[in-house]
Design a protein around this ligand. Structure first.
Ligand code: CTP
Ligand code: CA
Length: 222
């Protein structure tokens, strides 16, 4: 009817979501990784599809089932995530980087299982590429949404990332706060935007948080 609200507000919009941890290989039986269940990213992908968007989900290994109706691209390492993100980026309207990307990877990947010795082991690590920062340098009309999972100084760290990565908005949470940590179905988020807006939300389900994040991001589209 004339008064009906549109039920598919993100129809025609292409959204790229990254989720989960990355896995950086040490040898054929070992890797280093980050804490991330993937729940926030998968909730974003699912909500975006339900709101009518065309969704690509690029994800590290999680225990979750990819939501129906999204293009699912599984990856393991930060480098693989970077390469896949770059393929989709030119034809994307909104990028949401919920993934917990490893900042460092082993400098040497051993072809065979490392054998233990009697002494300590020192692993040399090198930096991975900052995917979001690279997108911030390349972006044309794309809207960039970052995440900042912090344990202290949340506002200062989050707003610094918003600026240095050239983002449109960043979603921050204090993972030490109950209900906002890892593996749970809820989150307590604050959104900081490029316009200096600060939006603090109460405890929400990750589905509710996802919808708020998506609808706010969509306001930046031209
Ligand atoms: N990010 C990324 N590529 C990386 C590291 C982080 O794209 N190599 C993205 C994350 O997906 C997130 C945002 O950058 O959306 C912030 O990640 P975070 O780990 O909080 O910040 P860093 O810049 O890595 O800084 P630090 O870990 O030192 O806090
Ligand atoms: Ca990091």
């Amino acid at each position: 009817s004339y008064f009906a609200k549109p039920t598919k507000p993100l129809q025609g919009i292409k959204i790229l979501v990254t989720a989960g941890p990355t896995r950086e290989i040490i040898d054929p039986v070992r890797y280093i990784t980050n804490r991330s269940s993937g729940k926030m990213g998968y909730a974003l992908a699912e909500s975006a599809a339900a709101l009518g968007a065309e969704v690509t989900l690029i994800s590290g290994p999680t225990a979750l089932k990819p939501p129906a109706g999204v293009t699912f691209v599984p990856i393991e390492t930060a480098q693989e995530m970077y390469e896949e993100v770059l393929k989709y980026f030119p034809d994307t309207n909104i990028v949401i980087k919920a993934a917990a990307v490893a900042d460092y990877r082993p400098k040497i990947i051993y072809d065979n299982k490392m054998k233990k010795g009697d002494g300590d082991l020192v692993l040399e690590l090198e930096r991975t590429i900052d995917i979001l920062k690279t997108l911030g340098e390349k972006k044309e009309k794309q809207i960039l949404v970052g995440f900042a999972a912090e344990t202290e100084n949340v506002q200062a760290y989050a707003t610094k990332k918003l600026k240095t990565k050239n983002l449109d908005m960043i979603v921050a949470n204090n993972v030490k706060q109950e209900g906002a940590g890892f593996g749970v179905d809820t989150n307590i988020i604050t959104i900081y935007t490029r316009n200096g807006e600060v939006m603090e939300y109460p405890l929400l389900s990750k589905q509710e948080a996802a919808k708020e994040i998506l609808m706010k991001a969509a306001t930046f589209l031209e």
